[in-house]
Design a protein around this ligand. Structure first.
Ligand SMILES: [Zn+2]
Length: 128
């Protein structure tokens, strides 16, 4: 298991919580000593579309998953696992590719249900 903080791969199961009705497996990192719960990617998609699109674009522009992960953490205060980012790229790049990539009008967000979201203009955009 990779640590969500330092990506060290030294995280082990933290067996303190026995009742796991809806409790997620928690882990503790032997490298940095922090605890976290298992990342579950999309099920509760509470990440902003902006973050997701940025992650996908960065990855498609050649950044590694851990670079993207680090960027999201540094700039957006968003903690995601590399698996999550990888899932995003697989799941959403299709939607983003339709139109967005050629014209660089890529701020429009279409969610998987085909609804079109408002383009968000908050703050600065990432300039690679
Ligand atoms: Zn760690």
């Amino acid at each position: 298991m990779n640590c969500v903080f330092c990506s060290s791969g030294n995280a082990v199961k933290n067996g303190k919580r026995r009742r796991s009705v809806r409790t997620k497996q928690s882990y503790i990192c032997m490298n940095c000593g922090r605890q976290f719960v298992e990342a579950d990617g999309f099920e509760r998609m509470r990440h902003r579309p902006k973050v997701i699109t940025r992650a996908i674009h960065m990855h498609e522009d050649g950044f590694s998953l851990s670079k993207v992960q680090n960027h999201l953490w540094q700039y957006d205060n968003v903690k995601v696992s590399r698996e999550t980012i990888s899932n995003w790229t697989r799941k959403y790049s299709v939607f983003l590719k339709s139109g967005a990539r050629n014209g660089k009008t890529g701020d429009k967000w279409k969610d998987p249900r085909g609804r079109e979201g408002r383009p968000r203009r908050e703050g600065k955009r990432l300039r690679p």
